[in-house]
Ligand binder design. Structure first.
Ligand code: SF4
Length: 295
């Protein structure tokens, strides 16, 4: 296990971030062990060497404690943007759990993005936070098919286990959502995949789904992704990407419109929210009402 130095763990957004209404961002770990073949965080621009090896920020909990103690403005802290807060190392170190305990102690809210069922371990702390502040648990699910998820996200639990985890969290009163992204062109961009994800989500008690019908590719990440495409799906799929997208950063599914229409229809039938502003308003609404009552 490698430890690195950090001066601060929590950074603030200059204005309320439209990404799920987060006011602050928190990353305890650098790099990620989950091995998703499309991971954007391994791009050159982030300058993370040996991305697959998790680095732990030394004294993370002490730094978080000091930062939260002095932050004047309460708000929602987002975690999970550059590394999964429930990676393998977390099972042993419980740093994310300790950080959540501090989030609770100092009266902040939390929004977590993960692919790991380990989040269920912390249901007690999440429930405590939800008693005073907004809590949003987001799981990335890109395919309903466990065989495909095993290939594209090889070191983390299967899609079916993620749905089970969402069901567990929802049944304990935690607001849950699915990050349906990336939807990989020529692999997971079928209407039936999208429909199944929405319907299984509904059955699991999920409230929100936020999609992106395509994938973004940058330097280094693209090379890694194409190599994995070739190994797992063959030369033809890799060539389809090269021919269709060239060096584009945003690689939209050629079926984007069809997928979007089907997605909206299914979500509306299932009464699931999928617009960012609606999701933010909904998962924060009880707490805003509380504040208004106080004032
Ligand atoms: S879980 Fe997230 S950060 Fe980790 S490898 Fe997968 S996409 Fe990257």
């Amino acid at each position: 296990m490698e430890f690195i130095e950090a001066k601060q763990i929590i950074s603030s957004y200059s204005r309320q971030n439209s990404w799920f209404g987060n006011n602050y961002n928190m990353n305890i770990y650098k790099g990620c062990s989950h091995g998703c073949i499309y991971c954007d965080s391994r791009s050159d621009c982030y300058r993370i060497e040996n991305f697959d090896q998790v680095k732990v920020k030394r004294n993370a909990i002490e730094i978080i404690n000091n930062q939260l103690k002095t932050l004047r403005k309460k708000g929602v802290i987002g975690t999970g943007s550059m590394s999964d807060p429930y990676n393998f190392v977390e099972r042993e170190l419980s740093l994310t759990r300790q950080a959540l305990e501090l989030v609770d102690k100092y009266g902040f809210g939390i929004s977590i993005a993960t692919k790991s069922s380990l989040i269920a371990r912390d249901i007690d702390v999440l429930t405590n936070i939800a008693s005073h502040s907004p809590v949003l648990a987001l799981m990335t699910i890109t395919t309903h098919d466990d065989q495909v998820s095993k290939i594209v996200e090889p070191n983390v639990c299967l899609s079916s286990q993620r749905f089970e985890t969402l069901k567990f969290l929802s049944s304990h009163g935690i607001k849950t959502g699915i990050l349906l992204m990336p939807v990989l062109p020529f692999i997971t961009d079928s209407v039936s995949n999208i429909k199944k994800i929405v319907n299984i989500a509904k059955a699991a008690g999920v409230s929100y789904i936020y999609p992106a019908f395509g994938v973004t590719l940058r330097q280094n990440q693209r090379v890694h992704f194409y190599q994995k495409l070739y190994e797992s799906f063959g030369e033809e799929v890799k060539q389809n990407y090269i021919t269709t997208f060239g060096n584009s950063y945003v690689c939209r599914s050629p079926r984007e419109n069809e997928l979007l229409q089907a997605f909206k229809r299914e979500c509306q039938n299932a009464k699931l929210l999928y617009q960012m502003e609606d999701i933010i308003r909904d998962y924060k609404k009880d707490y805003l009402n509380e504040q208004m009552k106080i004032f």
